[in-house]
Design a protein. Structure first.
Lengths: 179, 214
C-alpha cells in the first residue's frame, strides 16, 4: 500500500473472526492509520484483497461502508451542533457517560468529551465492524475503563473491532498485528 | 441522503452569518454600479441583466470554499464518504445544499435588485427564468471545483479560477435570453447545459472527493 509515492507496508495478512478483535501496533508512521483507512475503503490498496465473508469487500464501497463504524484520529464533531444532534441514541450516549450533556452545544465539550461523543456515534451506528484509530486519545483512565465494557458488549454480540493504539486497551483475547 | 441534507441545512442555519454574507455581497456589489455610473435610467437598464448575473455568480462563489473545507478539516469528510452514499451522491447532496442555501436566496433577491437597476418590469420574469438554471449550474460546477481544489494550498483562490471560466457559456446564454427578442434558443441552450452538468458534475466531484480523502 502506498501513501503518495511512499510504500507504507507490504505483505500484511490478518483475519478477524466474528466477535473478535485485532490490535494494530507499531511505531509512529508504521502505517496503522493507513491500514485502517484501507480496510474502510477510503484509501485504495496498491495490491492485495480485502475479503468479507469470502467476498471481495472493496468492490461495492457504499455497501461496505454500511458494515463499518469509523473513528478517525479527528473527532468529526461539529461545534455548532448539540450533543443530541450528533448522536440521537440515548443508550449510546449513556455508554460513554454523556447522557446529561444532550442539549449542550459541542463547542463547550472538552477534548476528551468530544472523543467520547465520537465513540458514541460508533456505538449508535450498530455496524458490525468498528475501525478505531487511537480510540483512547485524550481519554482519562475512567473513560478508558468504560470503553473496555463497551468493547466487550460489542464483541459479545458478534461484533468485530480493529483498533490502533499505543496505550494498553482492555481488549482481552485480541489478536495483535505488529506493523 | 435526506438525513445528510437536513444536517447540512441545520449547519447552514447555525452559521447564518456565513449564509447571509453571500446575499449581502450580492446586494452591495450590485448597488455599487448606480453609484459608479450615475442614475441615468437608460445606461442602468442596459447593463442591468449583466450586472445582476455577474454579481450573482461572484456572490455564489463565496460559500463554496467552506462547502467541503470544514468537513475536510474536522474529519467529517471521511464519515460522509462512509455514510453508505456513493461519493457522487455526497457531492450531489452538497450541491443541493449549496443551491438551497445560496442559489435560491440569490434568485429571490435578484428581482428587487433588477428593479433598482431600472430594468423594465416586463423583463424581470425572464431574468429570473434564466437565473434559475444559472444558479443551479453554478452550484453544480462550483461544488465540483470545490471538491477538486480540496486540500490544495490556496484553494480559495484556485476554486474561482476553475469555476468562473466554466460559467462563461452559461453567462453568455443567460444574458442573451434576457436581452434578445427571441429568448427560446438561449433558454434551450441553458437547459441543455443543465442536463449535461446534472449527472457529470457530481460524478467528477465524487471522484475528486475520493482522491482528497486518500
Amino acid at each position: 500500500m502506498f501513501r503518495g509515492e511512499r510504500l507504507v507496508f507490504r505483505d500484511v495478512g490478518f483475519a478477524v473472526p466474528a466477535g473478535g478483535a485485532l490490535l494494530l501496533r507499531g511505531p509512529n508512521g508504521a502505517g496503522k492509520s493507513s491500514l485502517l483507512r484501507a480496510v474502510a475503503g477510503l484509501t485504495p490498496l496498491a495490491a492485495g484483497r480485502l475479503l468479507w465473508n469470502g467476498e471481495n469487500a472493496l468492490d461495492d464501497l457504499p455497501t461496505h461502508a454500511k458494515r463499518i463504524a469509523w473513528l478517525g484520529h479527528l473527532d468529526a464533531v461539529k461545534l455548532a451542533l448539540s450533543v443530541g444532534e450528533h448522536v440521537a441514541d440515548a443508550a449510546a450516549l449513556a455508554a460513554v457517560g454523556l447522557e446529561s450533556f444532550r442539549d449542550l452545544p459541542a463547542k463547550l465539550l472538552s477534548a476528551g468529551q468530544k472523543r467520547r461523543l465520537a465513540l458514541a456515534r460508533v456505538i449508535a451506528s450498530k455496524a458490525p465492524l468498528w475501525l478505531l484509530d487511537e480510540p483512547t486519545n485524550g481519554l482519562d483512565t475512567r473513560s478508558i475503563a468504560m470503553l473496555g465494557a463497551v468493547f466487550a458488549r460489542h464483541m459479545q454480540g458478534g461484533g468485530m473491532i480493529i483498533a490502533s493504539t499505543h496505550t494498553p486497551l482492555e481488549l482481552p483475547e485480541a489478536g495483535i498485528l505488529n506493523l | 441522503m435526506r438525513r445528510l441534507l437536513a444536517r447540512e441545512l441545520r449547519l447552514a442555519w447555525r452559521h447564518a452569518s456565513d449564509t447571509a454574507a453571500a446575499l449581502l455581497f450580492f446586494v452591495i456589489a450590485a448597488t455599487l454600479f448606480p453609484f459608479a455610473l450615475g442614475p441615468d435610467a437608460r445606461t442602468l437598464s442596459a447593463i442591468a441583466p449583466g450586472v445582476v448575473w455577474v454579481c450573482a455568480l461572484l456572490a455564489a462563489l463565496l460559500p463554496l470554499d467552506r462547502l467541503f473545507g470544514a468537513d475536510f478539516e474536522d474529519g467529517s469528510l471521511d464519515l460522509l464518504l462512509l455514510s453508505g452514499l456513493s461519493a457522487g451522491g455526497v457531492a450531489a447532496m452538497k450541491t443541493l445544499a449549496h443551491w438551497l442555501t445560496t442559489g435560491l436566496p440569490l434568485l429571490l433577491i435578484a428581482a428587487p435588485l433588477a428593479v433598482m437597476l431600472r430594468m423594465p418590469a416586463e423583463a424581470v420574469p425572464m431574468l429570473l427564468l434564466t437565473l434559475l438554471p444559472g444558479t443551479m449550474l453554478l452550484s453544480l460546477l462550483g461544488t465540483m471545483a470545490g471538491a477538486i481544489t480540496l486540500g490544495a494550498r490556496r484553494s480559495a483562490v484556485l476554486m474561482p479560477l476553475i469555476t468562473l471560466p466554466l460559467m462563461i457559456p452559461v453567462l453568455i446564454f443567460g444574458c442573451a435570453a434576457v436581452t434578445s427578442p427571441h429568448p427560446e434558443a438561449p433558454l434551450l441552450m441553458l437547459a441543455a447545459m443543465l442536463v449535461l452538468a446534472l449527472p457529470l458534475a457530481p460524478l467528477a466531484g465524487g471522484a475528486a472527493l475520493r482522491a482528497a480523502a486518500e
